[in-house]
Design a protein around this ligand. Structure first.
Ligand SMILES: [Zn+2]
Length: 55
């Protein structure tokens, strides 16, 4: 089971396989931190895979 990373707060539409992804850590004005969950859980929440992350 893959663990993925998601933003907390706004702009939470993608999940990230790379914890250092710029899309995950950017937009500091709305950045509230990040959370991790299984990839299946992220998909259940309607999140889609980030295209900037390198697997
Ligand atoms: Zn990403």
């Amino acid at each position: 089971m893959n663990t993925v990373h998601v933003r907390i707060g706004d702009h939470r539409t993608k999940y990230h396989t790379d914890a250092d992804c710029p899309s995950l850590n950017g937009k500091q004005d709305t950045y509230m931190g990040q959370d991790s969950m299984s990839e299946d859980q992220a998909k259940e929440q309607g999140l889609t895979a980030c295209q900037r992350c390198k697997r």
